[in-house]
Write a protein that binds this ligand. Structure first.
Ligand SMILES: CC(=O)[C@@H](O)[C@H](O)COP(=O)(O)O
Ligand SMILES: NCC(=O)COP(=O)(O)O
Length: 244
């Protein structure tokens, strides 16, 4: 059974920072808090309007993560030229390609790789040539998993909104089985499996127990829960759940 690792998404810390137009809070402070509490890494998702994470955060967080020996930076986003250029320059450990439109309020679907597989492939190759691991954000759909393997990506990230929604109603077992079918298929095809979106302290344990997901990236719920429990304690609670 793979020990699932936590990557803390700092988008909402950046959102609070941007709300006052100066550097408080500093995302690097919360990145350090997360890493010191056992997260394997941090994630940021700069969107074209830079509503929260900014392109400059990539370099800042790369420097901070470099001060640790075994931690990672995951950059997520739609592979625009400007984002890809920042990624290639700063060389985060992982680049997760997400098919979001600029005006989306949040990520709400995975790639349609029947249409876009050939388009993402050169970006994947360019990242890998720079030593950057790639991941493709996909729905829990076996066809998309197969097509993801055809792109040469290192990993997929399963979009977990369907699971999170089903968990709220207590009917997540069938949905979870679909995710695990896709995760098993991905591993058979040589892919490592990440997952994320709307995971939280309540629904994570059932997802993690189903097994064999390498990394979950969690940010929105974690930030809200941190308002109640404190940031370090919240990260500690996630790490404890994953360590079971
Ligand atoms: C791809 C995904 O689900 C998340 O990585 C994304 O970062 C969430 O974006 P917001 O924080 O803008 O909602
Ligand atoms: N890729 C998922 C992520 O980074 C965070 O998603 P969320 O926890 O903010 O929904």
């Amino acid at each position: 059974m793979t020990q699932t690792q936590l990557s803390v998404n700092l988008n909402k810390i950046a959102l609070i920072r941007n709300s006052r137009g100066h550097g408080f809070p500093d995302v690097r402070e919360f990145a350090a808090l997360a890493l010191d509490q056992g997260a394997v890494g941090v994630t940021i998702h700069p969107r074209p309007d830079q509503r929260h994470a900014r392109y400059e955060d990539i370099a800042d967080l790369r420097v901070l993560v470099n001060s640790y020996t075994d931690k990672e930076l995951n950059v997520e986003g739609y592979p625009t030229d400007i984002l890809v250029d920042h990624v290639i320059t700063q060389r985060p450990h992982q680049f997760t390609l997400v098919p979001d439109e600029p005006d989306q309020i949040t990520s709400d679907h995975g790639w349609d790789l029947k249409r876009h597989g050939d388009w993402v492939r050169p970006v994947i190759e360019r990242c890998q040539q720079s030593g950057i691991r790639t991941s493709l954000f996909v729905d829990p759909d076996p066809e998309q998993v197969r097509r993801a393997a055809d792109t040469g990506t290192d990993r997929i990230e399963l979009y977990t909104e369907d699971y999170a929604e089903a968990w709220k109603h207590g009917d997540h077992k069938a949905v979870l089985a679909k995710y695990m079918e896709c995760a098993d298929l991905a591993r058979e095809l040589g892919l490592t499996v990440n997952a994320g979106h709307d995971l939280d302290l309540q629904n994570l344990a059932d997802f993690a127990a189903a097994g064999n997901v390498a990394e979950v990236s969690i940010g929105h719920a974690l930030t809200v829960e941190a308002l109640r429990y404190g940031f370090a304690e919240t990260v500690r609670r996630y790490v404890t759940i994953l360590a079971r």
